[in-house]
Design a protein around this ligand. Structure first.
Ligand SMILES: C[S@@+](CC[C@H](N)C(=O)[O-])C[C@H]1O[C@@H](n2cnc3c(N)ncnc32)[C@H](O)[C@@H]1O
Length: 322
């Protein structure tokens, strides 16, 4: 059997187009429910995705909310079957919107996962800074990632995703350990609030912007995952050589995150164009030419002197113009 690591040494990634245990990457251009039904039980350590939200994006047809949830429920039942006993499912969702009323999808998804026996470990808030500007409510600037495990015996490699501590020099001020460093030399737990809010300490900005116009990972897809968002889950919830599955794969961000971290990745995606873009991105990654935003990179901080940071002249009152 060829291992992922042998292939990477030779700089060749073995891509298949249907599930094959011996591949490094599987790109499946088909309907997700059909493919999920054909996959073997207990095979994937991490199943991670952002499903269509039923809001009428270019790749989906808006249907009745109950019909949508019943379709998703059939998909989740199959995902549960193919998830390893010590594995996880991470479901990233926003709001379903109807007539300007919002329906937070995580609220609807929680009972579906719970009723098939999964356990919620975190409900992560991912806050970002770009999106539509609402006029009848406050603009939405966060989405939710529900992390469920199949059992109580699950992989969680916290040390591989620690972030810099705010005060690494802090020491115990009482008790047996008085005077000794109180933090962890590898940094602190990244918490369940992944935010863009400016932090005030040097090198401590570890935020994850969403993929909008000037993000290096922008493609033709309207809402792809930033690779670094998935990388954090890949590192924490899987070990090297484990399988990661994205059942609504888009342009392949999850399989690239898996590859980057020496895991195997499978995606299912109904749009041929997105599969083609995914394959190109994987090959670019293999050649070292894929542009990505590295995990933990500092966000851009405007200086206030940029042209776009200035108040438009049309908004200044006459007295201010003089
Ligand atoms: C929110 S996007 C996921 C984007 C992806 N996370 C990425 O990083 O590119 C949802 C994707 O699901 C795909 N999709 C929708 N219905 C599908 C189905 N029945 N089977 C397979 N893919 C489907 C859409 O074409 C779309 O690319």
């Amino acid at each position: 059997m060829s291992s992922l690591f042998d292939s990477l040494d030779e700089n060749i990634i073995d891509i298949s187009y249907s599930f094959n245990q011996d591949s490094d990457i599987v790109l499946c251009n088909n309907d997700t429910l059909e493919i999920l039904k054909s996959l073997p039980d207990n095979s994937f350590k991490l199943i991670i995705s952002s499903p269509p939200y039923n809001i009428g994006k270019i790749y989906e047809k808006k249907i009745d909310l109950n019909e949508y949830l019943s379709w998703q429920s059939r998909i989740i039942t199959e995902m549960y079957r193919v998830c390893c006993e010590d594995g996880s499912i991470v479901w990233q969702v926003g709001n379903y919107i109807d007539d300007s009323e919002i329906f937070p999808l995580d609220v609807y998804f929680y009972p579906i996962f719970k009723n098939i026996g999964m356990k919620l470990r975190n409900r992560i808030i991912w806050h970002f800074d770009h999106g539509l500007h609402a006029s009848k409510r406050f603009s939405g600037r966060y989405e939710v990632l529900l992390w469920f495990t199949k059992s109580n015996n699950y992989t969680f490699n916290l040390d591989s995703v620690r972030i810099p501590s705010k005060y690494p020099g802090k020491r115990h001020y009482k008790g047996e350990k008085i005077g000794l460093p109180s933090g962890n030399p590898l940094g602190k737990n990244p918490s369940d609030f992944w935010t863009l809010i400016e932090r005030e300490w040097e090198n401590g900005i570890v935020d994850i912007p969403n993929v909008k116009a000037n993000h290096p990972e922008k493609t033709e897809h309207p809402c792809s995952f930033p690779i670094e968002l998935i990388e954090r889950f890949v590192l924490a919830l899987t070990n090297e050589n484990d399988w990661v599955l994205d059942p609504f794969g888009g342009v392949g961000s999850s399989v690239i995150a898996a590859l980057k971290r020496n895991r195997r990745g499978m995606m299912i995606e109904k749009e041929k164009l997105y599969i083609e873009i995914s394959e190109k991105r994987i090959k670019d990654f293999q050649n070292g030419t894929l542009k990505t935003r590295p995990i933990g990179k500092q966000i851009y901080k405007p200086s206030g002197h940029e042209k776009v940071a200035q108040i438009p002249i049309e908004w200044l009152s006459n007295s201010e113009e003089k």
